[in-house]
Design a protein around this ligand. Sequence first.
Ligand code: PMP
Length: 287
Amino acid sequence: MSRTIFMNDHLVPEEDARVSVFDHGLLYGDGVFEGLRSYSGRVFRLNAHLDRLWASARAICLEIPMSKDRMAQAVLDTLAANNLEDGYIRLVVTRGTGTLGLDPNKCSNPQVIVIADTISLYPKEFYEQGLRIVTAATQRIQTAALSPRIKSLNYLNNIMAKLEGLQAGCVEALMLNHKGEVAECTGDNVFVVRGERLLTPPPDAGILEGITRAAVMELADKEGLDCRETSLTRHDLYTAEECFLTGTAAEVIPVVEIDGRTVGEGTPGPITQKLKDCFHALVRQDG
Ligand code: PMP
């Protein structure tokens, strides 16, 4: 079935949604993106995603050629055009068409693309039994080289680590920063439970500040759990009572094995379970 895509202010059939081979989004990964989800027709934390998209664009000196309100409307229009209530939405803004040189100032017409699709979820067993993950040898790119806080179209750092995970039979892989501290997984943030405390790496560990991560931190607070951003090593993960990942697509997913070590009891723990339930309730009520 052909989808309807929002592209540069128009809804067009998928077949007509095309970018130039000279677009620097394609040539250099020069552009930014977002991944969002809608639940029963409501987009979860739309404004937070738009703010992050605009922040990513600002960081790379890319001016998004529309207002946040217009983009918000485009998201809703694209969902409606595809008859999607529970869906995954991808926002893409490219640098636009330029020359074969790097110079972004020679580019024009940034392409604004909104894709809405059904969400492809991890199998139910992963949530019930928990994930096995491995640490990738590929380090998370250093903040001084390219900030992981920018959600740019250049995701090769994460893809290299994802390949390592897949080669080890895992759907996610843990990435460390250049200091050997835990940063995040290839497309998800990491949390551990130690005692009554929830711990997660801070932004300067080299992470994307996940919107699900922020929501889970708020939920933890409401549940009376002490949640702290602190630098973590693999040792902290190996010896944690519980570990879980957060992300728009994955939501909250337990991790039960890291690098062949069983985490906690080897089954999803009670705090992970609680936060997973709270998150499911939140996405149904939060606009
Ligand atoms: N880290 C990375 C590298 C990601 O790509 C994502 C997914 N966007 C996340 C973390 C989780 O962020 P969010 O909860 O906003 O989806």
